[in-house]
Design a protein. Structure first.
Ligand code: ATP
Ligand code: MG
Length: 205
């Protein structure tokens, strides 16, 4: 009897993508026999977007660079092309339309899971996808009130890496080698991401 194809969905800001994201996706792919994991970088918030997160195209390209070598990983532009802030319900709705015959598995870390579960129309999300909560150092899943049987919890090899930490390190002139894939170190340098703002040029008069 043929099984429905299983597709993982890993949403994130990916500013930048790091090895914590990649290990989480890889571990869930293997444990659940997922055909592929689609990484979905979030859209750009409308207000003060330049202060909050890097441009969507930079985050998208970093995600492509970081996942390119894994045949089971791919990247979707649905949230970026929709524009504006991303809501998981829209991400899953778009991917469901794109893969009507697949079972979707939404992968999320302990911190993000708690936020998603606080959404008041949570049943609509559970209709669209299975939810998989992965362990993340510094966050506990115990306190989350998980409706019975709705979310699978998966222990992944612990990596205490965050994008916030990577941005701070670059900003402070510290290395991010081995926290992010090599290509991402090079992309960050090439595009001058996360560096302190250059001082405004002195007035010429
Ligand atoms: P930021 O510090 O900017 O919030 P982040 O490291 O949390 O960045 P996100 O893009 O916000 O990365 O996270 C995308 C998804 O990956 C979320 O579900 C998050 O919980 C999960 N995640 C991020 N880092 C890890 C990690 N080290 N281990 C497990 N899951 C992680
Ligand atoms: Mg985060």
């Amino acid at each position: 009897m043929s099984r429905r194809r299983r597709i993982g969905v890993m949403g994130g800001t990916f500013d930048p993508i790091h090895h914590g994201h990649l290990v989480a996706a890889s571990e869930v792919q293997a444990q659940f026999g997922l055909e592929q994991v689609i990484f979905v970088p979030t859209g750009q918030p409308w207000q003060k977007s330049h202060e909050l997160v890097s441009p969507a195209e930079d985050r998208y390209l970093m995600t492509v660079v970081a996942t390119a070598s894994n045949p089971r990983f791919s990247v979707s532009r649905v949230d970026i092309d929709r524009g504006g802030p991303t809501y998981t319900i829209d991400t899953l709705g778009d991917l469901r339309a794109e893969f009507p015959d697949a079972e979707l598995y939404f992968i999320t870390g302990a911190d993000a899971l708690e936020q998603i579960l606080s959404w008041h129309r949570i049943e609509e999300l559970f209709d669209l996808a299975h939810f998989i909560g992965v362990t993340r150092p510094g966050y506990s899943l115990n306190g989350a009130h998980l409706p019975q049987g709705t979310v699978s919890l998966v222990e992944i090899p612990a990596l205490a890496i965050s994008s916030t930490g990577c941005r701070s390190r670059v900003n402070a002139g510290l290395p991010v080698w081995y926290l992010v894939p090599d290509g991402i170190v090079q992309y960050i340098t090439k595009r001058g991401l996360y560096r302190p703002e250059p001082a405004a040029p002195a007035a010429e008069w």
